[in-house]
Every structure is written in C-alpha cells, then in structure tokens.
Design a protein around this ligand. Sequence first.
Ligand code: NDP
Ligand code: MG
Length: 390
Amino acid sequence: MRRVSIFGATGSIGQNTIDLIKRAPDEYDVVALTGASNIKQLAEDAKALNAGIAVTADEARLPELRAALQGSGVEAAAGAQAITEAAHRPADWIMSAIVGAAGLAPGMAALAQGTTLALANKESLVCAGNLLLETGRAHNAEILPVDSEHSAVFQALVGEPMDAVERIIITASGGAFRDWPLADLPNATLAQASSHPNWDMGQRITIDSASMFNKAMEIIETREFFGVDPAMIEVLIHPQSMIHALVGFNDGALMAHVGPPDMRHAIGYALHHPARAHLPVERLDLAAIGTFEFRAPDDTRWPALRIAREVMARGGLAGAVFNAAKETALDGFIGGHLKFTQMSDVVSRTLEQMDASGGHIDATMTLDNVLETDQMARKAAWDAIHKLGQ
Ligand code: NDP
Ligand code: MG
C-alpha cells in the first residue's frame, strides 16, 4: 500500500486526486487530508478514505471538524502549524494543492521527509523556487509537476538531453476575455472572470487565467522547474486547451503533448510516475476535432506576461513579491475594490515600491525571508489598491 497525503484536498485539484484514489482504495493508505473552509467535504472524504488525520487551516472550525469526525477514528487538527506538522507525517507521495503562498511551508516540510511531492501549488515555485528545489535535492525528494503545461513538458522531455532543448512553448487558452474588445476589459465583472471556457478549476486560478496572471506564474514555474533561460520560454494562445505544451529541440523537432483538458491526466501521471496507468479521461477524436487553432499572445491585453519577464530579470525575491502582489490584487478584485484591469497596475506598483524600499528583494532566500517579504508585499499591495481606489 502506498502512503499518500493530499494538501488542499477539498479544492479542485484535491478532489480530482481523491477521485483517482477512490477508484483504487486498496492501493492507498491515506495519511493526511487538509482543507480550510469546506469542513463537510474534508470530513466526508477523511471518513471515506479512512485517513489518519484531517486538518483544517481555520482554527475556529476545529470543533466542527471534531464533531463531523466523531467516532470515525480519524484525528482532527487545525491551523497553519498543524498543516505543516501533517506534512511531516511519513508518506510516499504527497499532493501539494493548497492555493497560494500558504502551500510553501507544508511543501517544504514534505520535501524534508524525502517524499515524492506532486506539485500543483505553483505559487511555492514562484515565491521560492531555489529554496524548494534545493530542499528537494538535499533530501533526495522527487518533485513532479502537476500543472498541465509542466506535466506536458516533463513528459515530452523523457529520455531527451536537456542540452538539445531550444525552446519550451506553454499554451494558454486565453481565458474568459480572449475575444473581448480591449475597451470592455475594465468593466469585466467577477462572475464573468470566474467562468473558464475549457477548464473547471478553483475560482482564483480561473480569474488568473482571464488576466493571464496564471500564465505569467507558469512562465516563472517553467524557468524554475526546467532550469532554462527565460528567453527560451514562449507562450502560445491555443483556445482549445488540448495541446498543453511543446518542446522544441535543436534539430527543429517539436514534441507536443496532446490530451483533453482534464487535470486527472497530469495528477494521474504524477501519481503513477514513472509507470503509466489507465486513467478515466476522455480519449480525443482528432478527426472529429478537425483543426487546432493557435494565436500569438498580446501583451496589451495581458500585461501580466510582460511583468513575468521583468520579475525573472530582477531575480532574488522578486517572485515572492510578485506572487503576494498578485494574490492581494486578486483579493482586491474579488472584494470589489479594484477593476479587472487594475490588478496588473497593483502588481507593477508593488514591485516598484518593494524594489525602492531597500533590501527585501535582494535578501537571501530563506523560508523566513520569503514569508516576511510576502507579508510586506501584501501590505504594499493593499496600499496600492487604496491609492488606486481614491
Ligand atoms: P481551490 O481553490 O479549488 O482549492 C484550494 C485548496 O486549498 C482547498 O482545499 C482550500 O480549502 C485550501 N486552502 C485555501 N486557503 C488555504 C490556506 N490559507 N491554508 C491551507 N489551505 C487552504 O484551488 P485549485 O484546486 O484550483 O488549485 C490548487 C493549486 O493548484 C493552486 O496552486 C493552483 O494554482 C494549482 N493548479 C490548479 C489547477 C486546476 O485545474 N484547478 C491547474 C493547475 C494548477 P477549502 O476549499 O476547504 O477552503
Ligand atoms: Mg496550467
């Protein structure tokens, strides 16, 4: 039996992971499941999978979780510290699918036990790529990509020499507003931004797809994961979301990964790696699809793509500032304090402000420094939101 834990079990990635585990319950011993606000789902899955422990990030909800688990034999715990402690519990495979920078500390704890980390939480790579990868190396822990584009690149690279790679192309659907007139973008509503044309995902990443902040994060994620020069990374708009990425080699060959837009593929690949196993995803009928469509991305529509390049050129803890500013700008948009197009203004202003205010971006990349910079950047981003709102 493989011991598995799922961090962010109640979310979109977490539920897709649980779907795969529930199809073969005899193969898995579930060590820990974590969630935040969705106590009902957390308790239901923890009982169904007979998990060792269920943890909610929200300390105030512990009594509710305890009550829901009563008599089941599943332990209950709460708080950020308890989540990180759960990541120390021995497991052979750990899914990192908490949303946001909150996934960093548990991911680091998981790596410190030398486990295989299936990484959906791209924020931790953007905030602290070096730190995460070095922790993995130091403890002989394997990190497998779960983001669909990065899983696709990873699969296209199997058996290939890295020095023959010329370029990595990650695709983007273009999100909810790819065909909108630019003049309408400032008036995009929360409901409009929260609906994705192809993928069924959590609300935050869906809005990030519309603004392309998700793709901006993924450019940085590609750089960190595959150690390539930023100039080798390209973004290609592909509205159908069936080609997830392409790797270009020095002989002109392009290896593309093609599959339906279903996260259970990338999750399942990471779950069974290095083997391949049957997965319950749709088989594409290419003749019925007929054509694949591509377009060049447009930095005017999606300033996030340009900002990602600036962040990589700046280096240091600029990724932590970028992620914190992006998360805060998203909170601002969701809370009705910002227009859709103002999110990128907040992120740019926060990066400028943090760069001007001395030392933070150039501090050594330790977990403490990253978390402190994250907090300062969030404060600077709220200041920027309030100024823009005036
Ligand atoms: P969801 O919003 O659907 O789920 C997020 C999960 O994190 C939930 O379990 C949520 O708990 C939990 N959570 C929220 N806040 C905290 C916190 N402060 N501390 C601990 N746990 C918390 O997100 P997704 O599943 O869409 O995304 C998860 C990660 O995977 C993100 O990093 C995202 O970028 C990445 N990803 C997602 C893809 C997708 O298809 N969804 C594709 C590629 C990457 P609760 O729901 O109980 O409040
Ligand atoms: Mg992706």
